[in-house]
Write a protein of this length. Sequence first.
Length: 93
Amino acid sequence: KLNNAGRSFALSLSEFVHSRSERYWSTTGKKKEPTCVLTSTIARAVASVSYATIHYEQTSALNPIDKGTIGAGWWDVECHGNAPPWEEVKKRH
C-alpha cells in the first residue's frame, strides 16, 4: 500500500512514461503500440506501477536493483547470457 508520497510518485512516473512514449511515437512516425513497464516483484515497485494503472510485467531479474545488490553476481543467477533476454521479451509482446 502506498502512502501519499508513494501515490504522488506513482502518478508522476505514469505521466513521465506517457509523455516519453507519446514523444517517441510522434517522432518515429511508427504506429503507436501499448507501453509495457517491466518492474521487479518487490511490493513497493509493483504498487508504484499498478497504482497509476500502467501496463506492467513483473520480473525477478530486476529485484537486485531494488535491493541495491547490483554487481553482486545477480545477473548470472537471474539471466542466462551476457545480454538482456530481448528475444524472450519480443515473444511476449
